[in-house]
Design a protein around this ligand. Structure first.
Ligand code: GLU
Length: 504
């Protein structure tokens, strides 16, 4: 290995394969690695495991990088974001794309050839399939590669290589090794008998490295000290340990995270709803909520605090607080947490989060927000306790943006406006709002309108429902007096007049 760590601070990596979007399980792995690095003043490396040429794409890489940066998981070394598909890396241990690291794999393979821990295998795929089939026919379990090339005379093997015969390279599992054991930081001591380990392929006949080989070469070259990843990789770990040993590289600490389950106790999948960070983003969840919520899936802050910032997470994150038990993804709890964040936003924070959604819905422009900031700040009190996600906001407040007319919900018209006496109520409302001495603020508007029901001999509910439908378009809009204040005097009066045609 030509590179090694120079300090004792931990170096961790998140190593997604760009074969799809960033799954929430992967995002949790990334969060734990990031928080572990930040807690310990270490380095968080992002590496793209793109050795599967058929399923890896540049688009997926960009999607993953953007999702990481949306979550605020800044990496110290790794690919450059939005680099026009150039796949550039920054950091002393790069490149950080496995497809650009073939020299490292070639060097590592050479080292293993030299020390006798790798051997060439000339068995063709057809031969291997036939052996597998034969085992099946005979009703015996196929126990992996039968090692038929393992003891080829080295000179013969070399001659076959020189003659251009296709071959892959396999690990020569040291059969006298004894069990492969390691102390997992989450699960404790784990032990695997050596005889269950196959002489697995390190480098395929087309020259590409397998995951188990490339991953170890990279982890060793990049000086990775802790491998924090999903427990779907536990069975790979003993194989990887043998490669670390064959390369004479120090073993990192492993921490295997339990799976995330859906509410039915099955591995979280599409069946349970959205599974990628992008989908949650599109649905209006806040990045800080995603980090907070995903961090809770398998880790707890002492005192069982549920809402915490990224800084708090980093301050307290240690591996010994990671749970061995699978975590259940609870969409309702995520909704609840999102609504808590929304409720606790300051007016400015609320507006900052709201505006992109208003613009996307075509309700306003950025310039309008800048010109009428106070008006826009007035939206928060109307909705901040009613929404779970910001994406719900545009539909809820669209009536504030429709000027002198508002589209009237038919059912509300039938139930409220098309009733005897509603026209008189509309006229009285118009007069009250037009009064010269009416100061234009929500409290004054409320006082003026509350005087109407007794004067008209109507119940308050009847009067305010007429007002609500005529001004806001339906019977279930946000608070009435604050709404009228934001709609404005002129437009409110115009809307009341327009509603007269539907009234009786
Ligand atoms: N590319 C592998 C994956 O996405 C990385 C596993 C590991 O962390 O070693 O599953």
């Amino acid at each position: 290995m030509n590179q090694s760590t120079t300090d004792s601070k931990p170096r961790v990596r998140f190593a997604p394969s760009p074969t799809g979007m960033l799954h929430v399980g992967g995002a949790r792995t990334a969060i734990y690695n990031w928080a572990f690095a930040r807690h310990n003043g270490g380095t968080f490396v992002l590496r793209i495991d793109d050795t599967d040429p058929e399923r890896s794409t540049k688009e997926n890489t960009q999607i993953i990088l953007r999702a990481m940066s949306w979550l605020g998981l800044d990496w110290d070394e790794g690919p450059c974001l939005d680099d026009g598909g150039q796949e550039r890396s920054e950091g002393d241990y790069g490149p950080y794309f496995q497809t650009q690291r073939s020299d490292f794999y070639a060097q590592a393979l050479q080292k293993m050839r030299d020390n006798g821990s790798a051997y060439p295998c000339f068995c063709t795929p057809e031969e291997l399939t036939a052996k597998r089939e034969a085992a099946k026919q005979a009703g015996v379990a196929y126990e992996g590669y039968d090692r038929s090339c393992r003891n080829l005379d080295p000179a013969v093997a070399q001659a076959r290589i020189d003659a251009g015969e296709p071959h892959c390279w396999r690990l020569k599992v040291p059969l006298d090794h004894g069990p492969v054991e390691f102390d997992d930081a989450v699960r404790g001591r784990l032990s695997f008998p050596i005889d269950v380990l196959d002489d697995f392929v390190l480098v395929r006949s087309d020259g590409t490295p397998t995951y188990n080989f490339a991953s170890v070469v990279d982890d060793a070259c990049m000086g990775i000290t802790h491998i924090i990843r999903g427990d779907d990789h536990i069975s790979n770990t003993p194989k990887q340990i043998l490669v670390f040993e064959a390369l004479g590289a120090p073993l990192p600490t492993f921490a295997h995270l339990s799976m995330i389950w859906g509410p039915d106790g099955k591995k979280l999948s599409k069946r349970h709803g959205a599974t990628s960070v992008e989908e949650y983003k599109a649905q209006g969840y806040l990045p800080e909520v995603m980090v907070n919520y995903l961090a809770l899936l398998g880790w707890a802050l002492a005192g069982e605090t549920t809402k915490f910032s990224k800084d708090t997470l980093c301050e307290h994150f240690t591996l010994d607080h990671i749970s061995k038990n699978p975590a259940i993804f609870d969409a309702e709890k995520l909704d609840w947490l999102n609504s808590v964040y929304i409720r606790e936003f300051s007016p400015d924070e609320f507006l900052e989060h709201l505006v992109p959604h208003l613009i996307a819905a075509g309700l306003c422009t950025q310039q309008e927000v800048e010109d009428k900031r106070d008006w826009f700040l007035g939206i928060r009190p109307l909705i901040f306790e009613r929404i779970k996600r910001m994406t719900e906001a545009p539909a809820m407040v669209a009536y504030l943006f429709s000027g002198p007319t508002v589209s009237l919900d038919e059912a509300s018209v039938a139930k409220v406006l098309a009733k005897e006496g509603s026209k008189a109520i509309l006229e009285a409302l118009e007069q009250a709002l037009a009064a010269d001495d009416l100061e234009w603020d929500a409290a004054a508007i409320e006082a003026a309108l509350r005087a109407l029901p007794p004067a008209l001999g109507q119940k308050p509910k009847t009067v305010f429902q007429v007002a609500r439908v005529a001004l806001c378009g339906n019977m279930v809009s946000p608070p009435l007096f604050e709404s009228i204040h934001l709609i404005g005097r002129e437009d409110s009066i115009a809307r009341l007049k327009a509603a007269e045609s539907a009234a009786m």
